[in-house]
Design a protein around this ligand. Structure first.
Ligand SMILES: NC(=O)c1ccc[n+]([C@@H]2O[C@H](COP(=O)([O-])OP(=O)(O)OC[C@H]3O[C@@H](n4cnc5c(N)ncnc54)[C@H](O)[C@@H]3O)[C@@H](O)[C@H]2O)c1
Length: 416
């Protein structure tokens, strides 16, 4: 179906596994076109060219940024490249989306924000999960005031993150490897959205429990919002127990069944795993492309996967995920709210739509550099606080605007 909307021409920098996950959202939107791609890996370049025959392919980020026919770049490279490539692209006048984590440290993130401002381009922090239908609906119920003020937020997950194949970069803490770098952006972005944005302090801890995996596979944190609202987040990626088991309508596992998890773990402990080869199968063009999340993305029912179980307590009620949307507990009882839509795939599309509307239609970009910087600040504090064994005060927080997503439809709010 064609629309009369102006086309946004995007170049993808880094065409790996994460990129394979966002491509279906690009394919679904007529008004966003992938016109270029850059990756040093010839296998993914070939697969991308086959999928987008008219796209221009480059080996390096610089060549893509020099392409005058690219309006914006989507950076989906390993974590250590996010800041330098965002700065490079902004200096070439391109609008930028950076996958999470936005950067490895605050200095880099601040430089990204300043460079985008100086070049008058938009910078978006691609945090993905807070765009999911249930999280947006939760925010809408909270901001409607139907249940009174938010009083507590808890978000926990147990996943198989540490068992999935990882590249050398992902196994290096100095290059942003590990569950805290990769998963706090999703969880913190979500709780900040639900709690209003302004965290006051973070007291966290991380865990590096397996010598064969030199990165942290666990974190937990107690965080307080400016108004005193408490919040806990937790991700255990070691994959013994996974949260899916608690949710009856899911298949009960994420990527690996329990016996597969045991086999992967034993191979890992014995040093008998070719992770680079396994990971290549999950990148664009590989036979397992997007296998972790394909089923989840195409499903109409919610499952916790990597974000986890969220429970928001308000003065007069609780909110949590349900199979088709949300359970809302209020003074009249329990309501299952059917959000009638794709619970997860929609989030990648919503992310891309927000970027398109900001760049092309001049609407406000909510997940902008300042918002991303605030999420990164709290994420880094989880690790720093654990190392220093003290609470860390926040300095860079920004609030959720009052008019954020106010037209997002939630049937519960229309009831008589
Ligand atoms: N938003 C999400 O939900 C989500 C999901 C998955 C991954 N990600 C993010 O995507 C990023 C990549 O993760 P991945 O699992 O896809 O890794 P990956 O290794 O599969 O992909 C990275 C790709 O970048 C390429 N690359 C490396 N250096 C490059 C350079 N200098 N210029 C251009 N390309 C380069 C690699 O060849 C590879 O194809 C990570 O930062 C991760 O956090 C985000």
């Amino acid at each position: 179906m064609s629309t009369n909307k102006k086309t946004l021409k995007v170049g993808m920098i880094g065409i790996g596994m994460g990129a394979a996950e966002i491509l279906p959202a690009f394919d679904a939107l007529d008004h966003v076109e992938l016109v270029a791609g850059a990756d040093p890996d010839p296998i993914v370049r070939k697969a991308y060219q086959e999928r987008y025959p008219s796209a221009r392919l480059y080996e390096t980020d610089v060549e893509l940024c020099r392409d005058k026919n690219v309006d914006a770049v989507w950076i989906s490279t390993p974590n250590r490249f996010h800041a330098p490539q965002a700065i490079l692209a902004a200096n070439h006048g391109k609008h930028v989306v950076s996958e999470k984590p936005m950067a490895l440290n605050m200095r880099e993130a601040e430089e990204m924000v300043l460079t985008a401002e100086r070049n008058k381009v938009l910078l978006m922090a691609g945090h993905t999960q807070s765009y999911s239908t249930p999280v947006r609906a939760m925010r809408r119920v909270i901001s409607s005031g139907a249940l009174g003020a938010v009083r507590a937020i808890h978000l926990w997950t147990y996943s198989d993150w540490m068992l999935r194949p990882r590249s050398a970069e992902e196994l290096d803490p100095d290059q942003g490897g590990g569950v805290p770098y990769r998963q706090t952006p999703h969880q913190i972005d979500t709780v900040r959205l639900l709690g209003g944005g302004l965290l006051r302090s973070v007291r966290g801890t991380t865990g590096k429990w397996h010598p064969e995996r030199p990165i942290a596979g666990y974190y937990s944190a107690y965080m307080e919002f400016e108004d005193g609202t408490p919040c806990t987040i937790m991700h255990n990626g070691y994959g013994y127990f996974v949260t899916e088991e608690l949710v009856p309508w899911t298949k009960g596992y994420i990527r690996y069944k329990p016996d597969e998890r045991a086999a992967v773990r034993k191979a890992q402990m014995a040093g008998k795993r070719d992770e680079e080869a396994e990971k290549q199968t999950m990148r664009l063009g590989g036979e397992d492309q997007g296998r972790v999340f394909t089923e989840w993305f195409s499903s109409n029912t919610w499952s916790p996967v990597d974000l986890g179980l969220v429970v928001v307590s308000c003065e007069r009620g609780d909110i949590r995920h349900s199979k088709n949307g949300l359970y809302i507990y209020d003074n009249d009882g329990v309501h299952e709210v059917d959000l009638k839509g794709n619970m997860s795939a929609g989030m990648r599309q919503a992310e891309l739509e927000e970027f398109y509307e900001a760049v092309v239609e001049g609407k406000r970009l909510f997940h902008n550099g300042a918002w991303g910087l605030a999420t990164l600040e709290a994420g880094l504090a989880v690790t720093d606080s654990g190392r220093e064994r003290r609470e860390i005060m926040m300095k860079h927080q920004v609030a959720v605007p009052d008019d954020y997503d106010t037209d997002f439809p939630v049937p519960y709010l229309d009831r008589k």
